[in-house]
Ligand binder design. Structure first.
Ligand code: FAD
Length: 461
């Protein structure tokens, strides 16, 4: 039996890595974890957490506008960017400290260093130069923002990571991308009073979401004052004498802005990690190929989270890590089920989605019924706020299983967490209908939709 320095060496102290290290150490394993940046990873340092705090900040401008219809006078409202930026940074540092404390408390050894895989059982710390052996290696290195290096002047643009640290709030910003990060940052900047333009190749925002949600959110973003340019990309960015940026789009349009932000997707953090040398198979996007137990083709190397490019969300990385720790260190073989994972987009209106989109359901099943309602939430009427909500159920037949739930409206991310339980449990439309409404709420619409939307392929109800 070979002697290893550690039972487990985790590379990357983000959502997945920290969870796996903590659980394995608590189960009695000798665990080391290496982190190249700050402990906490993308979610805590430059993703979900600071982003959500920015969204809260940007929501106030609409809340102040809405307040007038309810008798409030808030004309004194002023926004101070450094206060928000620095308070968010303080909270991020607090959370990072908590993650470290939890790792320490569980008995894991923390190396603040970049790690490289040398072979199937050896990891080297780049700055310290030391090498350690481990019976198991877990790659949890996450991903990084894609920077389009083929665009002339791309270095003049920022990414989501830079957006959290800006010295000054821009007056005008151009954001490239139509995915959830682009849309969320457009919402944030617009809500903070920045003149915001989104430019994307697609004809609608939020590719991958249900078509009705995409159309609804797209229209609401435009209605809220965000300019959306579709069917175009940024071709070139140049710096003007004033320090502003001049962006030339593929459709010939030229835009002068203060910042250009690229939100064009993320790539797995595998370059330079030594995985190919250790014989680990990567897919065409550079993600680690793993089986349902998150094991790579090399039996002593596993990978969880964004570096595997399965579903790139924090709770998924955490569940994959939990399943790995349960399987390898607690004697409970566990596979994480990637079906019916709910997701949210924190734009205005926010989105919550779980299960199949209408397009996916119709491609997979014959008797698909769709129930849809579009309405103005009660609060918006007195407020004079024109924003509408959309709710949609995709079901198997008139009484059968609810395959998908799609919501765009206030509190959609909160609602979808609860709806996801019903979808995951396989509850039927008949069971949703049998559930009594809570009144007056927007959520009651979810149990009150009785008439399916007519569709060519549907049998009469
Ligand atoms: P990460 O959290 O990225 O952790 C990987 C860690 O590995 C990093 O700390 C990195 O520094 C470290 N590392 C990399 N290489 C090495 C190396 N060689 N040696 C040592 N350390 C290394 N998800 C949600 O669920 N909800 C959201 O609202 C949400 N919003 C997001 C907003 C933004 C702007 C971004 C960018 C992401 C968002 N995500 C969100 C996605 C979420 O952050 C990720 O899915 C999640 O962090 C993945 O966890 P992970 O453990 O795989 O990787």
């Amino acid at each position: 039996m070979p002697h290893y320095n550690y039972d487990l060496f985790v590379i990357g102290a983000g959502s997945g890595g920290v969870r796996a290290a903590r659980l394995a150490a608590k189960a009695g394993a000798r665990v080391a974890i290496a982190e190249d940046d700050r402990i906490g990873g993308t979610c805590v340092i430059r993703g979900c957490v600071p982003k959500k705090l920015f969204v809260y900040a940007s929501d106030f401008s609409q809340a102040f506008r809405d307040a007038k219809g309810f008798g409030w006078s808030v004309d004194w409202a002023r926004f101070d960017w450094p206060t928000l930026r620095d308070n968010v940074e303080a909270e991020v540092s607090r959370l990072s400290g908590l993650y470290r404390k939890n790792l320490d408390g569980a008995g894991a050894t923390i190396f603040e260093d970049r790690a490289t895989v040398i072979d199937a059982n050896t990891v080297r710390l780049n700055r310290a130069g030391a090498a350690y052996t481990a019976e198991r290696i877990l790659v949890a290195t996450g991903g990084h923002t894609y920077r389009p290096t083929d665009i002339k002047g791309h270095e003049l643009g920022i990414t989501s990571t830079d957006a959290f640290k800006l010295d000054k709030l821009p007056t005008r910003i151009l954001i490239a991308g139509g995915g959830y990060i682009a849309v969320e940052f457009a919402t944030v900047f617009s809500g903070l009073g920045v003149e915001t333009t989104l430019v994307m190749r697609a004809d609608k925002v939020l590719r991958g979401f249900d078509a009705d949600v995409r159309a609804h959110v797209h229209a609401e973003l435009e209605q809220s004052g965000i300019k959306v340019v579709t069917g175009a990309t940024i071709r070139e960015v140049a710096e003007l004498a004033s320090g502003a940026r001049l962006a030339t789009l593929s459709n010939g349009v030229r835009l002068e802005v203060d910042q250009v932000m690229f939100a064009l997707g993320r790539q797995p953090n595998t370059p330079g990690l030594g995985l190919e040398a250790a014989g680990v198979k990567l897919n065409a996007r550079g993600a680690v190929e793993v089986d349902q137990f998150s094991r790579s083709n090399v039996p002593s190397i596993w990978a969880v989270g964004d570096v595997t490019d399965r579903i790139n969300l924090t709770p998924v990385a955490i569940r994959e890590a939990q399943a790995f720790a349960a399987t390898e260190f607690m004697g409970e073989p566990t596979m994480f089920d990637h079906a019916d994972v709910a997701s949210a987009v924190f734009c205005r209106p926010p989105v919550g989605a779980v299960g199949l989109t209408e397009e996916e359901a119709r491609a997979a099943h014959k008797d698909v019924r769709v129930y849809r309602t579009v309405f103005r939430p009660m609060k918006h009427i007195l407020a004079g706020n024109p924003q509408k909500s959309l709710m949609k159920l995709v079901t198997l037949g008139a009484k059968g299983r609810v395959l998908g739930v799609h919501i765009a409206g206030p509190e959609a991310p909160e609602l979808i967490q609860v709806a996801a339980i019903a979808v995951k449990a396989g509850l039927t439309k008949a069971q949703w209908d049998a559930t009594c409404a809570v009144h007056p709420t927007a959520a009651e619409e979810l149990v009150l939709m009785s008439e399916p939307v007519p569709h060519d392929n549907e049998a009469p109800a």
